[in-house]
Write a protein that binds this ligand. Structure first.
Ligand code: ADE
Ligand code: ZN
Length: 346
C-alpha cells in the first residue's frame, strides 16, 4: 500500500517517461555528497541540513537565477577523483531508471567536472561516457550524453570541449549545449564553435529564453542552429519567435520547478507551459537539476498535471514528442517511439 503522500505521485512514476534536459552536476544525491565530503575532506558543513542549503534550493531561498547558479559553485568542490565522477554518473542514471525514465539525455559540463582537481577535459569525458554506458546497461535504460559549455566561461575552453565531443560521437555522445548565465552573457562568442560542432554532426540544444528575452530563442535557432531549446519559456513574449519555432519544429525542454525556483515565473501557477501547448509549440517536460531542485521527473509530471491543469492525454503526447525530439538516429528513435506508444496505450 502507498501512503496518502505517495499514492498520487505513483501514477506519474509508473508512466514511462523520456527526459531530454537533465544536468549531471544538478543530479548528485545528498547522501553521496556527504560521503564524498567525509572521504575527501571537502570543506563544506558535514551535517545534511547545512550541506543541503549550499547545494539545493530551500523554501526560504531568494527565487533568483543567481541563487540557483550559486549552488553549482559549491557542487564543483565535490569532483575529487575519477571514482567520484564514476559514482555520481552511475547514480544519476540509476535514479532516472527508478523513476521509469526509458530514455535519458544526460548533459554534463566537462569544465565543471575537471576544474577542482585539474583533471584533463578528455579524461573527465571518458569517465562520464564509460560510467553512463555501464550504468545504462545495468539499469536497463537508454542514455544519450550531451556535452554542456557555459556562456559565462571561456569560449576557448568551450571550443576544446566541442572538439573532444565530436570525437566521442561513436561512444554515445550525441549533442552540444550552451548553458549558464543567460542574463549577463551573450551567445555570440560561441557562434563559430557551434557551427563547427553542427558540421561535425553533433546535435544542438541551447539554453535560451529562460533568464533572457524571446530574442535569445530566435538567436539560438538562427545563429546557433538549435534544434531544441532549453527552457525557452520567454518565447511567449514575442509572437514572431513563436511562429519561427513552430515553423522550424523546434522542441522546448521545459522545466517548471526550475523556472519557479530561479525566478523565471512569479508564481508556479502562472507558468506559460499551457499557453505554449495552446500555441502549437512542441513542449516536453523535464527536471533540469533534480537534486538542486529536490524533485524527480514524476514529480514534474504531477505538478504540470495538477497545478498547471494539463490533462494526462496531453502529458502522454509530450512523452511521445520527447521521444521524437531525441538526439537519436532514426532506427533507435523509431524503436523508442514504438515501444512507448504501445505502453502508453495500455
Ligand atoms: N546549469 C544548470 N542549470 C541551469 C539552468 N537552469 N540554466 C542555465 N544553466 C544551467
Ligand atoms: Zn538546464
Amino acid at each position: 500500500m502507498f501512503s496518502d503522500e505517495t499514492a498520487p505521485l505513483n501514477k506519474y512514476v509508473v508512466l514511462p517517461k523520456v527526459e531530454l534536459h537533465r544536468h549531471l552536476e544538478g543530479s548528485l544525491r545528498l547522501a553521496t555528497m556527504l560521503d564524498i565530503a567525509r572521504q575527501h575532506g571537502v570543506t563544506v558543513p558535514v551535517s545534511l541540513l547545512n550541506l543541503s542549503g549550499l547545494v539545493q534550493v530551500q523554501d526560504q531561498d531568494p527565487l533568483t537565477f543567481s541563487n540557483f547558479l550559486d549552488k553549482f559553485k559549491t557542487l564543483r568542490l565535490f569532483y575529487k577523483s575519477p571514482d567520484v565522477i564514476h559514482r555520481v554518473t552511475a547514480e544519476a542514471v540509476e535514479d532516472a531508471a527508478k523513476d521509469n525514465v526509458r530514455y535519458l539525455e544526460l548533459r554534463f559540463t566537462p569544465v565543471a567536472l575537471s576544474r577542482a582537481e585539474g583533471f584533463p577535459l578528455h579524461d573527465v569525458m571518458d569517465w562520464v561516457i564509460a560510467s553512463a554506458r555501464e550504468a545504462a546497461k545495468k539499469y536497463k535504460i537508454k542514455v544519450g550524453l550531451i556535452a554542456s559549455v557555459n556562456r559565462h566561461e571561456s569560449p576557448e575552453l568551450a571550443e576544446q570541449v566541442a572538439w573532444l565531443a565530436a570525437g566521442q560521437m561513436k561512444n554515445g555522445l550525441v549533442g552540444l549545449d550552451l548553458a549558464g548565465n543567460e542574463a549577463e552573457f551573450k551567445s555570440e562568442p560561441f557562434y563559430g564553435l557551434f557551427k563547427e560542432a553542427r558540421q561535425a554532426g553533433l546535435r544542438i540544444t541551447i539554453h535560451a529564453g529562460e533568464w533572457g528575452p524571446a530574442q535569445n530563442v530566435r538567436e539560438a535557432i538562427e545563429n546557433l542552429g538549435a534544434e531544441r531549446i532549453g527552457h525557452g519559456v520567454r518565447v511567449m513574449e514575442d509572437e514572431s519567435v513563436v511562429s519561427l519555432a513552430r515553423e522550424r519544429g523546434v522542441a522546448f525542454e521545459v522545466c517548471v520547478t526550475s523556472n519557479f525556483q530561479s525566478g523565471v515565473v512569479k508564481t508556479f501557477e502562472s507558468h506559460p507551459l499551457p499557453r505554449m501547448l495552446e500555441n502549437g509549440l512542441k513542449v516536453t517536460v523535464n527536471t533540469d537539476d533534480p537534486s538542486v531542485s529536490r524533485i524527480t521527473l514524476a514529480h514534474e509530471y504531477q505538478q504540470v498535471c495538477e497545478r498547471l491543469n494539463v490533462p494526462m492525454d496531453a502529458l502522454k503526447r509530450s512523452v511521445l514528442l520527447a521521444a521524437e525530439s531525441a538526439f537519436l538516429g532514426e532506427p533507435a528513435k523509431q524503436e523508442l517511439s514504438a515501444s512507448l506508444k504501445t505502453e502508453l496505450k495500455r
